[in-house]
Design a protein around this ligand. Structure first.
Ligand code: MRU
Length: 379
């Protein structure tokens, strides 16, 4: 794992420091991450000096969320190139660190292609590394812009779907600044509604088992002043039944060509609830999350994570500052089996609309998605 360093706060924002940054140091470049396994108890940065450290950070979810995984993958390739490691080996390790979020392989592919093109053009090692870094910076900058545009399109859609304003939005997992170079995807839309004075309530699903809602979305909501309430995942149903939810906004890890959406486990039950209660279910994701090579939802590989994440509280935050990183706080009887898929797949017919940086697709159809992907980069 990488080295740790304390964060010093520099003004109120969604985050105290960027979720990920590239830093040139005398001993060589590093990728610095805000360690998401420590939040909200501790704001600690994790310094990755090599690709194995970054791969470990991806696997343990110190860095996570589809768009940020794409950025991390691209900088990981740049790191390998700059430090003289085998770039193809690094690219393989990074792209396969987690299987579901297509953005990871996308970011790796872009930086690797830039590196290889430079090598083909007979660039020296330094120039080829610079080409990989330039591409990683471009992937990063594009995500900032995509995030801004998704917030704009998403807010316009909310106004169309819910003309009265005063939105009560339910969200799942974490989709804010922690997953992006900008302000994120679904949470960026909620934040835009908040800034426009149109967010009455943000319902934050806790998001078992790793509690991205309780720990991370609540952290971002608190820092940006959004009115928010955390709920146990199982409490969502009665909230819909009581008429307390106007819209569901979630992100995505991979969107198949037919419009099926893989996102954090627990998203599909929300889509079913939303349909039953006639509430819009909106997916917000950059075009880079759409994978036209994956034909349909059943073809998406869903990451299976270790059972102890369900049977124990096993993240560092669960044991307080400075605690050892091994062993968890047991919840289930010793030896209990656990089923722990990290994602589920929502069929397109349950998705009211899909918001990307290129605009809104509704209804979600194979043709509509393909058209959006083939349009110029920005609309
Ligand atoms: O396992 P995680 O925390 O990486 O899962 C993240 C999600 O499921 C997010 O909802 C998704 O990546 C979209 S973030 C814009």
């Amino acid at each position: 794992m990488g080295d740790q360093q304390e964060v010093s706060e520099a003004g109120a924002a969604a985050l105290p420091v960027p979720s990920l940054r590239w830093e040139e140091r005398p001993e060589g470049p590093v990728v610095v991450l805000l360690d998401q396994t420590r939040l909200p108890a501790e704001e600690v940065e994790l310094v990755c000096t090599d690709v194995p450290a970054l791969v470990e950070a991806i696997r343990t979810l110190a860095v996570r969320g589809a768009p940020l995984l794409g950025i991390a993958g691209a900088y990981g390739v740049a790191l390998a190139a700059a430090r003289g490691f085998d770039v193809d080996e690094a690219a393989q390790a990074l792209a396969h660190a987690r299987p579901t979020a297509v953005n990871l392989a996308y970011g790796v592919r872009r930086a690797t292609a830039a590196y290889r093109a430079a090598v083909r053009d007979r660039a020296g090692a330094g120039e080829a590394a610079a080409a990989a870094l330039a591409e990683a910076r471009t992937v990063h900058a594009e995500d900032v812009e995509a995030s801004r545009r998704m917030a704009e399109h998403g807010l316009a859609l909310l106004r169309e779907l819910l003309p009265g304003g005063g939105h009560r939005i339910l969200t799942h997992c974490n989709t804010g600044a922690l997953v992006s170079g900008g302000e994120g995807t679904a949470l960026a839309v909620a934040l835009a509604a908040h800034r426009a004075g149109e967010l009455r309530q943000l319902w934050v699903d806790e998001t078992r088992p790793l509690l991205q809602g309780t720990r991370l979305t609540a952290y971002e909501a608190a820092r940006t002043g959004m009115p928010y309430t955390v709920l146990a995942d199982g409490a969502a149903g009665s909230l819909f039944a009581a008429g307390e939810v106007d819209a569901v906004l979630i992100g995505a890890d991979r969107i198949a060509a037919d419009g099926a959406v893989a996102n954090k486990v627990g998203s599909y039950p929300l889509a079913v609830l939303a349909r039953y209660h006639h509430v819009p279910f909106v997916v917000v994701a950059p075009v880079s999350t759409v994978d036209l090579e994956t034909e349909e939802g059943a073809d998406i590989e869903v990451e299976q994570r270790p059972g102890h994440e369900v049977t124990e509280l096993s993240l560092p935050y669960a044991r307080g500052a400075g605690a050892e990183r091994s062993g968890g706080f047991g919840l289930a009887p010793w030896g209990a089996q656990a089923h722990n898929p990290a994602f589920d797949v929502t069929p397109p017919e349950l998705v009211t609309a899909m918001v990307t940086e290129a605009g809104v697709v509704s209804p979600v159809t194979r043709g509509g998605l393909a058209d959006m992907c083939s349009m110029s980069r920005w609309s």
